[in-house]
Design a protein around this ligand. Structure first.
Ligand code: HEM
Length: 399
């Protein structure tokens, strides 16, 4: 794809591109930093770090307040915005202020032992088996169970909501995606009704008790919040975990270094977030006619922010294709930038950090299973693995 790059038909979901988008990004960044693709209804793609960061921050020029535009292509056309992600300041700031306390450091501290318990019980099973799929047997259940703990989503239903969310984000079968979206919507409505009748101390109950601009949130607003938090909360984290564990499977020196120098855990977590960038691309609309690098962008044009490309921009990150465990500074955009910077970042960081610590202690040596196919996801705006079969070569004593 790099040799015969057709700028007007950059296909972010092409299987070859999805497998390794970085050679294409390198070329675009260098030669065509603002490119228009006619595919998927047409969109501009920004690939340089500074442009992506500016666009994410500058909501007056690049608005988020057009329902559905964050996904390219729009999977389920909607008229109601998802909250808080499909609003601009000042309304966005008010919604955001309402949910910020739910992600407080006190709540994170309380979560830490619970996430560790989930991680260690999954690791116990892997150690016992001596092999496993680190996506199905670790990354997905860790992020799903953590989200359930954090939000109060019933764990018993996790199979159902994981399946709905997977189908909702499947760009290849959009009719099924729309159906899944409706089914998930009905489920959320039932949950809202249940919490209104019988509040707990979970995310949804906290939202029900909150007010914005002096009024309680309506069922529609609650629904719009839940769709984002439940939908955004586990797949991205599972993707980051899967790419991190894949890198470490192939880089025993890095595994050993993290065990010998545990103080590197926090810089390593940031580096794995940069390297994987689970949300590679996120959409905006031009709010006004504008121009970037000589390209005229018209009001209402779709503009794709290339977070993945930005995080591999050599102008900001030397050796962008390598995980440098002690990289610093590391101003990555994996969680976005500006007003919509990820709300759940502390939850994701917690899971990655605990995974590094517990794998170091319990599974210091593992490798991709011989002859196994490592299966990447099929959407170019997301980056993560669908399966990661490994063998565990040595076992450390249980804690
Ligand atoms: C590694 C995991 C994650 C990554 C890479 C990620 C990435 C992102 C990005 C790039 C944005 C900004 C979107 C934009 O610019 O419009 C965002 C926003 C958001 N994320 Fe995450 N996210 C992750 C985990 C989570 C988790 C665990 C939760 C919830 C528990 C969550 C909830 C949200 C919400 C609610 C927003 C919207 C914030 C707003 O509009 O103000 N995310 N995330």
């Amino acid at each position: 794809m790099t040799d015969h790059l057709d700028k007007t038909a950059v296909d972010i979901h092409d299987p070859l591109f999805v497998r390794d988008p970085y050679p294409v990004y390198d070329r675009l960044r260098e030669q065509f930093p603002v490119v228009h693709s006619d595919l998927y209804g047409g969109f501009w793609l920004l690939t340089r770090y500074e442009d992506v960061k500016q666009a994410a921050t500058n909501w007056r020029t690049y608005t988020s307040s057009v329902p559905g535009v964050t996904a390219i292509p729009v999977i389920t056309p909607r008229t109601e915005p998802q909250l808080p992600i499909e609003t601009d300041p000042p309304l966005h700031s008010r919604y955001r202020a309402l949910v910020n306390p739910v992600f407080s450091s006190q709540r994170m501290d309380a979560m830490r032992p619970r996430v560790r318990t989930i991680a260690t019980s999954l690791i116990d099973r892997l150690v016992e088996q001596g092999h496993g799929d680190l996506v199905a047997d670790y990354a997905v259940p860790l992020s799903v169970d953590t989200l359930a703990e954090f939000t109060g989503l019933p764990k018993a239903d996790s199979g159902r909501w994981v399946s709905w969310i997977g189908r909702m984000f499947n760009v290849r079968d959009r009719a099924d995606g729309a159906l899944a979206s409706r089914e998930f919507g009905l489920y959320i409505d039932e949950l809202i009704a249940a919490r209104r009748n019988d509040p707990t101390d979970d995310f949804l109950s906290l939202l029900i008790a909150s007010t914005v601009e002096g009024h309680r949130l309506t069922d529609e607003e609650l629904h719009a919040f839940c769709t984002v938090v439940f939908g955004a909360g586990f797949e991205t984290t599972a993707d980051a975990l899967s790419v991190m564990l894949y890198w470490l499977a192939g880089h025993p020196d890095d595994r050993r270094r993290l065990i010998a120098e545990p103080h590197l855990t926090s810089t390593a977590v940031e580096e794995f977030l940069r390297f994987s960038t689970p949300i590679q691309i996120f959409g905006r609309n031009a709010a006004v006619d504008t121009e970037l690098h000589g390209q005229p962008i018209r009001k209402m044009d779709v503009v794709a922010l290339g977070f993945g490309s930005a995080n591999h921009d050599p102008a900001v990150f030397p050796q962008p294709g390598t995980c440098v465990l002690d990289r610093g500074p590391n101003p990555h955009l994996a969680f976005g930038a500006g007003p919509h910077r990820c709300l759940g970042a502390p939850v994701a960081r917690l899971e990655l950090q605990i995974t590094l610590e517990e794998f170091g202690r319990r599974i210091p040596d593992y490798a991709v299973a011989p002859d196994a196919m490592v299966d990447w996801k099929t959407r170019g705006d997301r980056r993560g693995l669908r399966s990661l079969p490994v063998i565990i070569r040595s076992r450390a004593g249980t804690a």
